[in-house]
Design a protein around this ligand. Structure first.
Ligand code: F6P
Length: 358
């Protein structure tokens, strides 16, 4: 009997179900021994507290196109994983206990950055772990692409697309705040796809004067509006000089809900222009996966299953230079894949006249 545990961890995204379906189909169709799938509910919490259900073919039917996760998910921060819970339970020991009690052969974890740190820890603790790269942020080390990203790019792009008409009618400056946590892949791609005039990324601190210059130049050239795609983690050159602690304190004491609103206020004060902010927020993580993500997540699922069938553990399945690869969890854990400010895509965008406020 092959017993496989599966869980989805951290913020959800599109194509989690497609990826799990890929694992299930591949294992059940190719295993020489009977297979049992255990689905843990709400991420690592399910493993800690033994909350699971047996998954059968019916669970994986009709889910390729469905967003979210059939297992539920939650954030279970790595930094407190070694701390006992409110009742004094040792979470790592509890996860191991559930795994051994159910006599699992392996655990499949679909997650992003923080979740990979825990997956690596469990692997170091002796569990057989295989992981899949999930996040709309595309910031996982060891893979050029994560599933969920392309779907989120499409949604954020549509938000920027649709702002164009109203921005043009009113002759306003519009700021669209795009998710991505501390990295700029999502705002960069959505900004380019949506034809934003200015794109502000965490990796390229902006100068407010440069942003204002672009707006005023566009005014002089007769453009009625300016659209700015701003990463939720964008940072000004001034703030980038602060220590991490100082910046955190500044954010905590700010009267603005996010850097985007502060920017809007600065632009209004500097230019007197009407400025509006749009925050698509979690809409970017919702709904059906686009075709790219359905295919990509299914392929990742099939590759993860192949590793399981060969008994190869301790890897994340990734995609590098157009090849499916297996990356040791120890290499993935704790590293971020950020946008290189000197990347060709940035240079190409600049050649086309896009400003990064630098
Ligand atoms: O990591 C995915 C993500 O959507 C980030 O882009 C965003 O910063 C964060 O999650 C939001 O987290 P939550 O869903 O916990 O509010």
């Amino acid at each position: 009997m092959l017993r496989i545990g599966m869980l989805t961890s951290g913020g959800d995204c599109q194509a989690l179900n497609a990826a799990m379906r890929g694992v299930f189909k591949t294992v059940t169709k190719n295993s020489k021994e009977p297979v049992e799938f255990y689905g843990f509910e709400d991420g690592y919490k399910g493993l800690i507290y033994g909350k699971f259900r047996i998954l059968t073919e019916a669970d994986f039917s009709n889910i390729l196109t469905v967003g979210g996760t059939i297992l539920g998910t939650s954030r279970c921060p790595f930094k407190t994983i070694r701390e006992p819970d409110e009742k004094g339970l040792d979470k790592v020991a509890a996860m191991k206990q559930t795994y051994y009690k159910l006599q699992l052969n392996c655990l499949v974890m679909l997650g992003g950055n923080g979740s990979h740190k825990t997956a690596n820890l469990l692997s170091e603790e002796g569990l057989n772990v295989v992981t899949l790269p999930k996040t709309i942020d595309n910031d996982l080390w060891g893979t050029d692409m994560t599933f969920g990203f392309q779907s989120a790019v499409d949604i954020a792009t549509r938000a920027i697309d649709e702002i164009h008409t109203t921005a043009s009618s009113h002759g306003r400056v519009f700021i669209v705040e795009v998710m991505g946590h501390k990295v700029g892949w999502l705002p960069l791609n959505a900004g380019l796809a949506g034809g934003a005039d200015i794109i502000l990324l965490p990796e390229i601190p902006y100068d407010i004067k440069k942003v204002v210059d672009v707006i005023e130049k566009r005014d002089r050239e007769g453009h009625r509006f300016t659209i700015i795609a701003v990463a939720e983690g964008a940072i000004s050159k001034e703030d980038a000089k602060l220590s991490k602690k100082e910046y955190k304190k500044k954010l905590a004491n700010s009267k603005f809900p996010s850097v985007t609103y502060e920017l809007a206020d600065q632009i209004f004060r500097e230019t007197g222009r009407e400025v509006r902010v749009t925050v698509p927020g979690h809409v970017q993580r919702g709904g059906a996966p686009v075709a790219y993500d359905r295919v990509f997540a299914s392929r990742l699922g099939a590759e993860a299953a192949s590793l399981i069938l060969k008994g190869e553990y301790g890897f994340m399945v990734g995609y590098k230079n157009r090849e499916m690869v297996k990356v040791p969890l120890s290499e993935v854990a704790g590293k971020l894949k950020t946008v290189d400010p000197n990347a060709r895509i940035i240079k190409e965008a600049k050649l086309m006249g896009v400003s990064f406020g630098d």
